[in-house]
Design a protein around this ligand. Structure first.
Ligand code: URA
Length: 269
């Protein structure tokens, strides 16, 4: 289904969103006369299309958007609430994402105000709600700078499921990251300080302050926390405070994830 709120759109953007080529590559296809809209060659870079009605072809093959919804990832800086509005006027992630271009954009889940990293946004309410459902078991990877150096026993407790005040956490995948690991940089850009360590932790639960509580339960307070993966999506090299749209492959991966969890009666034939 296409979301009419984001149309009409520029033809090169449509082609890029459909996974044909990058925005620049799509422009090259257009100027080379390989793109038609409703049967007519379009070389004008400012041309717009309505994905609901226009038939776009590249070299004679029809091109479609997989769905008209927007999906993007923000590299959340510290100091922002993961909400689109705060009654107290505190800074919200709403300020950092293109809400005018994509009305209805909302964050899929939350990060604490002092947590940085990958926050997925979409206009697809159904997919967003599904990904948040505990039965989905969406894996998330975090990198935590902690006080002290967890020993084997600490790591094992996290791996088998540490006890929290609201019940046992599900087993996590845990590793100590070496200072040379590029994943360390977001939490320890100046290197790992004395008497600290950096832990990589993959979990599929999303309880409040889950990672901080898990690490505290084994005696290691979190000093900085960063998320670099959410399900099939990796943050990549998005700068702090910036966002990028998902690639077509990533959109398909999200669709597959959500589709696999649909009750059988709602699955597409
Ligand atoms: N776990 C936490 O403790 N905080 C976050 O922001 C995310 C996961």
């Amino acid at each position: 289904m296409t979301d009419e709120r984001i149309v009409p759109m520029r033809l090169q953007r449509f082609l890029a969103r459909a996974g044909v080529a990058s925005r620049r590559g799509s422009e090259n296809l257009m100027t080379a006369g390989r793109v038609c809209v409703n049967g007519a060659v379009v070389t004008e870079l400012g041309s717009k299309v309505d994905p609901l009605v226009d038939v776009v072809t590249v070299d004679g093959r029809e091109v479609h958007l997989s769905d008209g919804h927007a999906y993007l990832v923000l590299n959340k800086p510290t100091g922002y609430l993961s909400t689109m509005h705060d009654p107290l006027g505190r800074p919200c992630v709403e300020r950092l994402v293109p809400t005018k271009r994509y009305p209805g954009l909302f964050p899929v889940g939350r990060l604490d105000g002092d947590t940085t990293g990958l926050l997925l946004f979409t206009t697809n309410g159904d997919a967003g709600q599904r990904m948040l459902h505990p039965s989905m078991h969406v894996w998330k990877h975090y990198v935590a700078l902690v006080r002290g150096v967890p020993d084997k026993a600490d790591l094992e407790r996290l791996r088998t499921g540490v006890m929290l005040d609201d019940g046992r956490a599900q087993p996590a995948e845990v590793e100590l990251l070496s200072p040379s690991d590029p994943r360390v940089a977001p939490v320890a850009p100046e290197g790992i300080a004395h008497a600290h360590a950096v832990v990589g932790l993959r979990i599929h639960e999303g309880k409040k302050h889950q990672v901080k509580r898990m690490l505290k339960a084994v005696g290691h307070e979190v000093v900085r926390l960063h998320r670099d993966e959410f399900g099939p999506i990796s943050l990549g090299d998005v700068a702090s405070g910036c966002w990028r749209e998902l690639t077509e492959d990533e959109r398909r991966a999200i669709e597959r994830l959500v589709e696999n969890q649909m009750p059988k009666t709602r699955r597409k034939a």
